[in-house]
Design a protein around this ligand. Sequence first.
Ligand code: SF4
Length: 99
Amino acid sequence: MTSMDIPVRQATTETWMREAACKGLSHLFFPAPAERPQARERREAMAKMVCEECAVQSTCQDFARRNHEYGFWGGESEDERHAAGFRLIAPIGVRAKSA
Ligand code: SF4
């Protein structure tokens, strides 16, 4: 592997984030430590509802895909982004096996 193969998170000054419907709702978009699968399902279902009403969803989804973000972004979970071909920078568990 060369350094060219390693995805790098980009710093951002993106103005679209000012319009995010998820401001103040980080607890829905990022897991608590040791979150159980059922809790993740419930949390991500609530996050998806917020994203469905967000004015910047497609921009957000594109940003998260390009930057290999963790958490729930643009109506997509990490698993959904991974399935769409946008892997995490350091996948673990099932995602690491299929990366
Ligand atoms: S699409 Fe979802 S994660 Fe992205 S800014 Fe809007 S509410 Fe937040």
